[in-house]
Every structure is written in structure tokens, then in C-alpha cells.
Design a protein around this ligand. Structure first.
Ligand code: C2E
Ligand code: CA
Ligand code: CA
Length: 821
């Protein structure tokens, strides 16, 4: 029994990962007992030893029963086998040796199998490897232990004092084994530190391995958890740190994979922390940061930590931790810590403190590298002006979101926001002002976009937001909410600027098969939003053709101007009272080689947005003036009206160009009228009204086109230096059938006259309308009733067929024509 007790106390522990293999030397007393005490006595001794151990250690009841059961079984098996083979020959008989050896070994193996079964019962599933790792040592131990027991008996049978000699030999062996074990551990650890330093060296941009390194540290110290904690103030933005720490880790919490336990604790204010970590007022971290010394706190194996330390351990749910400093030069920028040895039979020691210290210096180097890499990555993936992600980063994030969402039934939406007026702001207030506007916009976006989505600057005046939502309509709702939130005037350079904001929405999988096309689709939708003046447009397949078509048109328009694809047609304007032909309106026509006739309503707005309107207007103006000159040369006095767009009025050189052309082509200024719309004037009255005054002062005519559709503001009409107001054709077309339209036409005629303006009705298609207009005293008519817009040769033919010289002016140079009826 004493032997068994000694054996229980001198169990050898071998740490194998989480498990500790317990090697018992109980086979020595077992072998001796088999030969010297009766079998029942042996069993009793064994169980008594167990009971005493029980009293000392007080394990749980399940464990007691199990241990007693296993031990009893082992003794019974050993006895049965030994007796079966036969130990009658006594200690000197080799037969007895075999009997005892086989008995002890078999008993041990059965014990190991029972332990395995117990592990299985508790829910774990040990593999075959575990079976081998338990049974083989058991087998070897059984044989060696029983052999030793037999040797003891043999020695005693010769001379009892021989035991002393034997013990001496064993003692030396044991000591030797222990230091060899230490040596082995030390050796292994050195190897691991070396391997770690190699790992650290190989850390570069493509291997974001902080989590892996930490796991290695944990593994090396055989600890349950390892954490890295970084101070938020070591010169890096917390954002950057978070990125660094979670680099390569698809799991957002910054934790490594599911079967690895390390927790990457992220700095102070980040949310990515596990309950216990991250807090800055952690006393042990403070101490380590203050003096850089590695510390061990332990409440294991009867150690009693100070109250403060106990509290620290409690917040970590740990019984022991070692905390070491991460240093950059003299500064400690964080800590690395390990908690809880994975086996409960041993605890962290002084060796472990040194080991962690060593690993921490390597880890610090790795983190520094990673930080550099992180900074580089940050610049590579962020817009330098606004700090938002850039187009590449956004494209990556979109693709990643699509990949993650696949199969989940949710959608990934891209909201593309275009700022409409930045160009004008930059033009008039300078580039800084434009940038201020962009920065202000970026800040608003960053404020309103939740932490889980990505906001990016994807173009000069273009921002994008990534949205994950259960369905498309939620994406559209978000777009609306975002638009409402950020669409308010911005203060720039002391001015409050109203920014135009067009939002294009596209979602996967509704509109695109992958992340790459998603942004493109949102772009198409945004283009439509811009064109159609709706704030938000959601992608639709039909838009694509449309936008491709437009893109093609813009490309072609540049070259079309140089060829004769683009031409000018002339539509006559006649005085209602005496049917005198007073002029024509010059209207653009584009005969596209593949698309055929392209409507000016289609390509003029395109030209306006792409900066082509300048050359286009010059083209019409010079063509029309040459035509006018041609008529003058033939003795015909026909005025020409040319349409202007808003951009022409913002061009400070426009008036000069017009004057130059009038001189060059030699046309009197009073034969030229510019038609402008209220909307184009209102786009920027401050700049366009002076231009209008300038033109008016030159003696040419100005007409307000499409009156009745825009602001129709009497106050503005008064401010504008105009001679003519053109009633929008929509009212004229409707006046024969719609009393409302009729009333509007009448009101405009009266209003125009009250302001001393000539009133023109365009869109006169029938005689009824003409007669009504005549009855209202409207001045001029224009419309299909007279003629469509005609190419010059057709116009000449029309003139020849439909007009006669005004009787009083026949034969005079610059004669006027009349349209009889
Ligand atoms: P707008 O200035 O209001 O031109 C009058 C439009 O009404 C012309 O269409 C003309 O063909 C059409 N029209 C004339 N009489 C009638 C009629 O009796 N019934 C109907 N239903 N329509 C009639 P068009 O030529 O298609 O031009 C459309 C618009 O394109 C013009 O509207 C003008 O805003 C723009 N545009 C045309 N040429 C130029 C140009 O050289 N420069 C600029 N900036 N814009 C131009
Ligand atoms: Ca017009
Ligand atoms: Ca018009």
C-alpha cells in the first residue's frame, strides 16, 4: 500500500498539447505485490491507497468512482493473467517474469482503454492516434515497471540492503531524466523562438499574419489564450490599427479561426473587442506599458495574488496570465499576453516569462512591419483628399460583399452619388473651393454611412456607398434616406452653395451577375438620374442601351461637326396681321450615318453636358449668318433666330465671338435674334444677365423661348433685356381644344404686350389656332401650318411657291415677302 501511495505521489506528467499523459509507476508495487501478498490483499492495498489519495485531493465524486473502478479492474486483470500464466516458480523463474510482465502490461492497456472510453462518454471523440498515444506508453510502462518490481524482489532475495544500491541507481536515473527533459523542453522552445523569428522576417504585405503569429505564441507557451493589445495613441489612427489587426482575417471580430483560441484585442475605442479586453484602465497593462517589464500574475497551485491582481485575473476569466511589452524603440506601444496553461497540472514559470519576453520582441517587430504595410495599404486604397476608400478598394469591397452574400437571399446595393455643380464651383471660386465641397460631402457621407458599409470616392465628383440589405426596395429606401440626409447646401468660401446630387442605384443580384458590373450599372443609373432631373434612379436593363447609345452619340458628335452630318434648317416666322415673313428660326439637324435623324432634343442636352455646346452654337450661328448674308445678297431681308443654351450664357467670350462673326460675315445686328429659355437664365442669373445686356446693347434681338413652362416670373421678365416672348408650343397646340391652354395663351399675349414685347406663338398647326391668335392680337406665328424647318434649298423652293413680294416694296433691295393667306 505504501508502494502504491508513493507511486501516486510520483506520477510523471508529460505535456502533450492540451493533454497531459500521466505515467504512473504503480506497476512496481503491483509486480512486487503479485508475488508477496495474496491477491485479495493486493486489491485492498490498492483501494486503500486510492482512498487516502481521495482524502488528500478531494476530486469530484464521478472521478473517485471512476478511478477506483479502473484501479480495481487493473489489479484484477493483472492478478488473473499472472495466476493464469503461473507465478508458482517464484521470483527466480523466468516463467514468473513473463506472467507478471504480461499481467501488468495488459492491466495498464485496459486501464488506458477505460480512460479513453471515459473521454468518449464525456462527449469528446478521441481518434485512433489518441488510442496509440495512451496504449503504447501503458504497454511499455507495464513491462518496465513490472521488470523493475521483479528486480527489486530479486535483489531483496539475495540481500535486502541491495535495495539501497538499487534506489541509488534509480535516483541517478530519475535526476538524469529530469534534466534531460528540461533540456529537451528548452531545446524545443529555442527551436520555436528561432522559427518564430523566421516567421516574423517573412511577414510582408501579402501575408497578414498577426493572428497566426499570435497563435504561435500561444502554442509555444501552451496557453489557452493569447491577446495582443495596442495602445490607440502610438501615432496611428485606430482605424489603421483595426485594419492591421484584422488584416487577412475574414472574421470581423478580429479573432482567428474557430478552432484557434487567440483573441486579438483591439485598441481602446474600437468595438472589436471581446468583453474583457481593450479597456485602457487595466492595471497590469498600465504597469507593463509604464516600465516595459514582463509580469506574471497567477492564482494557480495555491498561489494567492494581491487583490488588484486577482481582480485583473477575474476580468480576464483567467487563473494566470503573463503580460509582456511590445516595444518600438523606447516606447511601449502595446502588450501581448498569454492566459492559462492548457494543462492544469502545470503553471507558468519563470522560464515562461523569459520565453514570452523573447517572443514579444519578435512580435513587436512583426507588428511594426505590418503597420508599415498597413500604412502603405491605406494609401493605396484611400483617396488622399477625403480619406474615404478609393475606387479600387470599393470594387474589392463590393466583390467581397457579393461573395459573402451569395446564397443568403440578401442583396448587395451600390449607391453612386454624383455632385452636379462642383465644376461650376471650381470654375468660379477656384479649385480649393471645389475641393472644400468634395471634402464636406465626404464628411457627410462618412457621418451617415453605418460602420458596416463602405463609403468611397470613386471619381472626381463621384461617391459610392455599399449597402447590404434584405431586398432591392430596402436598398432604394436607403438611397432615398441618404439623399435626404446629405442633400443640403454646403458652406464654401463664405458662400452657401446648393449642390445638385444625382444618385444611381444598382443591386446584386437584381441588376448584375457580379461585383464588377455592379458599379458600372450604378453609373448608368446615375447618368439617367442626371439626364432626367430625378434625384434617384434605379438601374434598369433598358437604360444600358440608352446610355451606350448616348455615349456613342457624344463620341460621334465631335466628328459630326466637322462633316456635313450636322446641318441647319430654317423655319419661317410670319407676322399675324399682314402675313409678312419677318424671319426664320435656325434649328439643328443631325443625320447620323447609323441612327439616321437624331432629334436635337436628344443631342443638344448631351452637347451641353460634354462641353460641345460651344462649338455647336458657333457652328449654327455662323451657318445661319451666312444664310442670312446669302438672302441679303439676293435682295431678301430675313432675320435669323438662333437658340442659345445655358452654358453659352456662362461663357464670358461668347458675346465677343458673336460680334466677331457678325462683322466677319457682314450681317447687321438687328437681323440676328438669340432665343434663350428662362431656365437657362435662371441657372446662374448673376452671370448670364450681364451677358444678355451686353448682347442687347449690340443691337441684336433677344427672345424668351418656351415661355409658360419655366418660372414664368413677371419680375424676371422685367429684369431681362428682351424684345420677344415665345409662347411655348404646348399651349398653342392645345389652345383649340383646351380652354385652360387658351386662357394661358391669352394671358401671355397680354402680359407680353403690357411689357412692350413682341409675342410669338410657335407650334401653330391649324387655321383655327391661327385665327384665335390673330383675334388676340398676337404678333407673330411659327408652325407647321406655315412650314416645317427646311433645308436651305427647300426653303428657297418654299419661298418661291408661297410668298410674293410685299406690294409696296417690290423690286427694292432687301425687299420683304408676304405669305398670301
Ligand atoms: P425650340 O427652340 O422650342 O424649337 C422649336 C421646336 O418646335 C422645333 O423642334 C420645331 O421643329 C418644333 N416645331 C415648330 N413648329 C411646330 C409645330 O407646328 N408643331 C410641332 N409639334 N412642333 C413644331 P426641333 O427642331 O426638334 O427642336 C427642338 C429643340 O431643340 C428646340 O426647341 C431647341 O430647344 C433645341 N434646338 C434646336 N436647334 C438648336 C440649336 O441650334 N441650338 C440650341 N441650343 N438648341 C437647339
Ligand atoms: Ca427656339
Ligand atoms: Ca420653343
Amino acid at each position: 500500500m505504501v508502494g502504491f501511495l508513493i507511486a501516486e505521489r510520483t506520477q510523471l506528467f508529460i505535456e502533450v498539447r492540451k493533454q497531459t499523459v500521466v505515467l504512473s509507476i504503480a506497476d512496481i508495487p503491483l509486480a512486487i505485490g503479485l508475488l508477496v501478498v495474496p491477491s485479495v490483499g493486493l486489491l485492498v492495498a490498492r483501494l486503500l491507497a486510492d482512498l487516502i489519495v481521495l482524502v488528500i485531493r478531494r476530486p469530484g465524486p464521478g472521478k473517485v468512482l471512476f478511478n477506483i473502478g479502473v484501479d480495481a479492474t487493473e489489479v484484477a486483470v493483472a492478478v488473473a493473467i499472472a495466476y493464469a500464466i503461473g507465478i508458482g516458480g517464484g521470483v527466480r523463474s523466468p516463467m514468473t517474469w513473463v506472467a507478471v510482465g504480461v499481467g501488468a502490461a495488459t492491466a495498464d492497456v485496459i486501464g488506458a482503454v477505460l480512460v479513453l472510453i471515459a473521454i468518449r462518454v464525456t462527449g469528446q471523440r478521441p481518434g485512433l492516434q489518441r488510442l496509440a498515444s495512451l496504449c503504447i506508453p501503458a504497454l511499455v510502462l507495464g513491462i518496465v515497471g513490472s521488470a523493475l518490481g521483479l528486480v527489486v524482489l530479486l535483489v531483496v532475495s539475495v540481500n535486502p540492503w541491495g535495495v539501497v544500491l538499487l534506489l541509488l541507481v534509480l535516483l541517478v536515473f530519475a535526476l538524469g531524466y529530469r534534466s534531460y527533459g528540461r533540456f529537451l523542453t528548452q531545446h524545443e522552445r529555442l527551436g520555436r523562438v528561432y522559427a518564430f523569428s523566421k516567421m516574423v522576417e517573412s511577414v510582408h504585405s501579402t501575408s497578414p499574419v498577426v493572428a497566426e503569429l499570435l497563435d504561435y505564441v500561444r502554442e509555444t507557451l501552451n496557453a489557452d489564450r493569447a491577446s495582443v493589445w495596442l495602445r490607440g495613441s502610438a501615432g496611428q489612427s485606430p482605424d489603421n490599427l483595426a485594419e492591421l489587426i484584422s488584416a487577412g482575417d475574414s472574421d470581423d471580430t478580429g479573432r482567428a479561426g474557430p478552432d484557434r483560441i487567440p483573441v486579438l484585442t483591439i485598441g481602446a475605442d474600437s468595438e472589436q473587442v471581446r468583453d474583457d479586453s481593450g479597456s485602457t484602465d487595466d492595471p497590469i497593462r498600465e504597469q507593463v506599458v509604464a516600465d516595459g517589464k514582463t509580469r506574471l500574475l497567477s492564482a494557480r497551485h495555491g498561489r494567492r495574488p494581491a487583490r488588484k491582481d486577482a481582480e485583473t485575473l477575474r476580468t480576464r476569466h483567467a487563473s494566470e496570465v503573463i503580460v509582456a511589452a511590445l516595444r518600438a524603440g523606447d516606447e511601449v506601444y502595446g502588450t501581448v499576453e498569454v492566459a492559462d496553461r492548457r494543462t492544469k497540472f502545470s503553471a507558468f514559470s519563470r522560464d515562461d516569462i523569459r520565453l514570452l519576453d523573447n517572443l514579444a520582441s519578435h512580435l513587436a517587430a512583426a507588428l511594426q512591419n505590418q503597420q508599415l504595410v498597413g500604412q502603405l495599404r491605406h494609401t493605396a486604397y484611400h483617396d488622399s483628399l477625403t480619406g474615404l476608400a478609393n475606387r479600387e478598394r470599393f470594387a474589392q469591397a463590393t466583390q467581397a460583399a457579393v461573395d459573402e452574400t451569395r446564397g443568403s437571399g440578401s442583396v448587395v446595393g451600390v449607391l453612386l452619388l454624383g455632385l452636379d455643380s462642383v465644376r461650376d464651383v471650381s470654375d468660379s471660386l477656384g479649385h480649393d473651393a471645389g475641393d472644400q465641397l468634395r471634402i464636406a460631402m465626404a464628411a457627410r457621407l462618412a457621418d451617415h454611412v453605418s460602420a458596416t458599409s463602405v463609403a468611397a470616392r470613386t471619381g472626381a465628383n463621384e461617391f459610392a456607398v455599399l449597402v447590404r440589405a434584405p431586398d432591392l426596395s430596402t436598398v432604394v429606401d436607403r438611397a432615398r434616406a441618404l439623399h435626404a440626409k446629405i442633400h443640403s447646401p454646403v458652406d464654401v468660401a463664405g458662400l452657401t452653395i446648393d449642390i445638385g446630387l444625382s444618385v444611381g442605384v444598382a443591386a446584386w443580384p437584381d441588376h448584375a451577375g457580379g461585383g464588377a458590373t455592379l458599379l458600372q450599372r450604378a453609373d448608368v443609373a446615375m447618368g439617367v438620374a442626371k439626364n432626367t432631373d430625378v434625384p434617384i434612379a434605379t438601374y434598369h436593363a433598358s437604360m444600358d442601351h440608352r446610355s451606350l447609345y448616348r455615349l456613342q452619340l457624344v463620341t460621334d458628335l465631335r466628328t459630326a461637326l466637322a462633316t456635313d452630318e450636322v446641318s441647319v434648317r430654317y423655319q419661317p416666322k410670319v407676322l399675324l396681321n399682314n402675313r409678312e415673313l419677318i424671319g426664320v428660326e435656325a434649328l439643328l439637324r443631325w443625320d447620323h450615318p447609323t441612327y439616321g435623324a437624331v432629334e436635337p432634343d436628344e443631342f443638344v442636352p448631351l452637347a451641353e453636358r460634354t462641353g460641345l455646346i460651344g462649338p455647336l452654337t458657333t457652328h449654327v450661328l455662323s451657318t445661319a449668318l451666312r444664310q442670312c448674308r446669302d438672302w441679303l445678297d439676293r435682295g431678301l431681308r430675313i432675320a435669323v433666330a438662333v437658340n442659345l443654351s445655358a452654358r453659352n450664357l456662362l461663357d464670358p467670350t461668347f458675346a465677343d465671338k458673336a460680334v466677331a462673326l457678325l462683322r466677319e460675315i457682314d450681317v447687321p445686328a438687328d437681323l440676328l435674334t438669340f432665343e434663350i429659355t428662362e431656365t437657362s437664365v435662371m441657372a446662374d442669373p448673376e452671370r448670364s444677365i450681364p451677358v444678355l445686356h451686353r448682347l442687347h446693347a449690340l443691337g441684336l434681338g433677344l427672345a424668351v423661348d418656351d415661355f409658360g413652362t419655366g418660372y414664368s416670373s413677371l419680375a424676371y421678365l422685367r429684369r431681362l433685356p428682351v424684345d420677344e416672348v415665345k409662347i411655348d408650343k404646348a399651349f398653342v397646340l392645345g389652345m383649340g381644344t383646351d380652354l385652360g391652354d387658351l386662357a394661358i395663351v391669352r394671358a401671355i399675349v397680354e402680359l407680353g404686350h403690357s411689357l412692350g414685347l413682341r409675342v410669338v406663338a410657335e407650334g401653330v398647326e391649324d387655321e383655327l389656332s391661327r385665327d384665335l391668335l390673330e383675334g388676340m392680337d398676337c404678333d407673330v406665328m411659327q408652325g407647321y401650318l406655315l412650314s416645317r424647318a427646311l433645308a436651305p434649298d427647300r426653303f428657297d423652293a418654299w419661298l418661291a411657291a408661297r410668298s410674293v413680294p410685299r406690294p409696296d416694296q417690290a423690286g427694292l433691295p432687301g425687299r420683304r415677302l408676304q405669305i398670301p393667306n
